[in-house]
Design a protein. Structure first.
Length: 337
């Protein structure tokens, strides 16, 4: 199924999440266009290893076998220490995860499945790359304004954990993506939230609250439990809350606060993009006015923050498209216009 040097190339893209893994078959066109042909979701938690996940892909109706791909890129939730190359982001062949029970090693597993040109990239580096594709135009405005590609743009999203990355403009007109594991850093809270923090510590057994806990599906369940006394799954909480719920207001405040902190950390004057399944499935968690209120709340930086636009990716496959873009660039092709 592989294409010719001058023609269409077949790309295997994957966004490996702590709960589910998304796979996509894309066509890379010589003019820079990316075209999605097929996608498939598989359970990450049901796989005992990466090879098991790829074997499940091969046993499905997914039309592209790994060995037939001209290039493959897997977006993974972990730090990358490799070089920044043609893809504009750090890449590697191995990764150990924080929220998945197994690791990935392409040196070990790629030959078994016939992968000839493959790499791993950080999952939120892929999310950031996804905002360089036409999908960015479909985002939902949260705080209005102009997204300036000539300035740093931040990307943040809550899912199984909290991810962050930044798009940094280069002098030649391209971009470098800076990955982050800021979701594992401590989060700071107001005095009136201290009782909630004690609940988080009790449930997690951790000495301080992390973004990966507070801004995630687990975090939505915990704040609802604290406010209502009801211990429900994240899906059950989302099904019963409304824009007027106290749970919605608290979670929106936490999200706005975290987005503000990251925007200040990377000086994201070009804009902030929100991604990840929690808000994509429940936009009210960021369209609630408490999000925007917290985002600009700063004793010294309100002027800077007030000029930053924020938008939410409506689709949950931004990381998949970003991984496809990385595979496209891995072939030495120009980015989509």
């Amino acid at each position: 199924m592989t294409g010719t040097d001058e023609g269409i190339k077949h790309l295997l893209a994957a966004d490996i999440g702590g709960t589910n893994s998304r796979f996509g078959h894309f066509l890379s066109h010589p003019d820079g266009r990316l075209e999605q042909v097929h996608n498939l979701w598989l359970s990450t938690r049901e796989a005992v290893c990466f090879a098991d996940l790829l074997a499940a892909l091969g046993g499905s109706d997914f039309p592209l076998r790994p060995g037939d791909a001209d290039a493959a890129v897997f977006a993974v939730p972990g730090p990358m220490s490799g070089p920044v190359g043609v893809m504009g982001t750090a890449s590697a062949l191995t990764c150990t995860f924080a929220n998945i029970a197994w690791d990935m090693d392409l040196d070990r597993d790629a030959p078994r499945f016939g992968l000839r040109r493959a790499a791993l990239v950080n999952d939120f580096a892929a999310q950031a790359q996804g905002f360089r594709t036409p999908l960015a135009k479909d985002s939902l405005p949260i705080v209005p304004g102009y997204f300036n590609p000539g300035k740093v743009r931040g990307v943040m999203g809550a899912g199984t954990g909290l991810g962050m990355a930044a798009l940094v403009p280069l002098a030649d007109g391209g971009h470098q993506v800076l990955s982050s594991e800021g979701g594992h850093a401590a989060r700071f809270f107001h005095r009136e939230e201290q009782d909630y923090l004690r609940l988080v510590a009790e449930v997690t057994g951790e000495p301080y609250p992390r973004g990966d806990v507070v801004l995630s599906g687990l975090g939505l369940s915990l704040v609802h439990r604290y406010l209502t006394g009801r211990d429900l799954s994240a899906a059950a909480v989302a099904a019963e809350i409304t824009p007027d719920s106290e749970t919605t207001a608290w979670f929106a405040s936490f999200y706005g606060r975290a987005a503000r902190d990251y925007a200040l950390t990377v000086l994201a004057g070009g804009g902030m993009y929100l991604s990840g399944g929690v808000a994509a499935k429940n936009p009210m968690l960021v369209t609630h006015p408490h999000f925007a209120r917290e985002f600009v709340d700063s004793p010294s930086m309100t002027g800077f923050l007030s000029a930053i636009p924020v938008s939410l990716a409506r689709r949950q496959d931004m990381g998949l498209f970003g991984a496809a873009l990385c595979a496209h660039l891995l072939l030495g092709r120009k980015p989509p216009s």
